[in-house]
Design a binder for this molecule. Structure first.
Ligand code: TYM
Length: 324
């Protein structure tokens, strides 16, 4: 049997460059290696763990499917699903929650951050977020998870749950590990922290036109002279250079050290390289968005294939837990 791969993205809006480099590129690489059975999800149930707009959710989650297809996810090679189409995820999450303490969940940095952002929404759903994520992965017995480095604490929870279930109930869940990409941590354009949808001015959308990308990259804070110790903004700019123009990095670095670098030149070179990477995606996205019947078919087929695998796991877990 081929080793399984699982990954998911929340339906909180259009994909940004961080999602693309940290997750989608890894998802594509594993899909196209033909060595794995790949299952890729829009985690719409996770989307409701923080405040969201119920009128816009149906469109938002569909946009992620279109993004996936435009980026190169291929329904002939991967199973592409909505999380809420496969109720086995939430069912397994409840069974797994019997193996996890409340205190452990309350101490996760991701939980603390989210409560800081939304102090009025400290809900059970949010506390259960990592357990549902573990269930997403374990319901397919997936061993490899292409995600950014920010998801590592969640994967640790998934491994812990796999171990506990295996010890207590003699299941055979693998302990899932992260598949890292070169862009596992894409920094914020503001020079501090990571690129994130929840921080205005921090991100580039995959659908941004060139003018927008140029404007956003030019806003990376570099209001200093070149040379000497780099400020966080300058470091950020060089991180982008490393990701998008690695073969020109050395000469820009030399110019910086000599104090002759014009930041706007480096910024425009980076912006052009980002756009060159995104241009084919944007063209394909337009074509796919014009094929609603095809998108419906991808979602329908994915659901059937996924439920076949997931329901077998649930059957096994229920038997081993004495529920069936
Ligand atoms: P989400 O929706 O926050 O992010 C989706 C993916 O994008 C990656 N990412 C980044 N990578 C590099 N640099 C960045 N600045 C950056 N910002 C976001 C994230 O690491 C992630 O891979 N909990 C997950 C969704 C999820 C999931 C799963 C993932 C639910 N169940 C099961 C894998 C397996 C999340 O919040 O993703």
């Amino acid at each position: 049997m081929k080793k399984r791969v699982f990954s998911g993205i929340r339906a909180t809006g259009r994909l940004h460059l961080g999602n693309y480099l940290g997750a989608v590129k890894g998802m594509l690489q594993l899909q196209n290696s033909h060595q794995y059975e790949t299952i890729y999800c829009v985690v719409d149930v996770h989307t409701i763990t923080t405040p969201y707009d119920k009128e816009r959710l149906p469109q938002n989650k569909r946009e992620i499917i279109v993004d996936y297809l435009a980026a190169g996810l291929d329904p002939d090679k991967s199973i592409i699903i909505y999380q809420s189409d496969v109720p086995e995820h939430t069912e397994l999450a409840f069974y797994l929650s019997s193996q996890m303490s409340i205190a452990r969940m309350q101490h996760l940095p991701t939980f603390k951050d989210k409560i800081k952002q939304h102090p009025q929404h400290s809900t059970m759903a949010l506390l259960n977020y990592p357990i549902l994520m573990a269930a997403d992965i374990l319901v397919y017995k997936a061993g490899l998870v292409p995600v950014g480095i920010d998801q590592e604490p969640h994967l640790e929870v998934a491994r812990e749950l796999a171990r506990k279930m295996n010890q207590t109930y003699k299941t055979d869940f693998p302990e899932p590990v992260r598949f890292a990409t070169k862009g596992e941590y894409v920094p914020s354009l503001k020079g501090e922290g990571k690129m994130s949808k929840s921080v205005e001015g921090s991100y580039i959308n995959l659908t941004d036109p060139y003018e927008t990308i140029e404007k956003k990259v030019r806003q990376i804070p570099t209001a200093t002279a070149a040379g000497g110790k780099m400020t966080p903004g300058v470091e950020t700019l060089f991180k982008y250079a490393r990701l998008f123009i690695p073969d020109q990095l050395k000469s820009y670095q030399q110019a910086y050290d000599q104090g002759s670098l014009k930041f706007v030149e480096l910024k425009d070179a980076v912006a052009q390289a980002i756009y060159a990477d995104l241009k084919p995606f944007q063209a394909k996205r337009q074509q796919i968005a014009n094929r609603p019947a095809y998108i419906d078919d991808v979602i329908r087929t994915g659901k059937l294939k996924a439920r076949e695998i997931a329901s077998a796991t649930i059957k096994e877990v229920k038997e081993k837990m004495g529920l069936a």
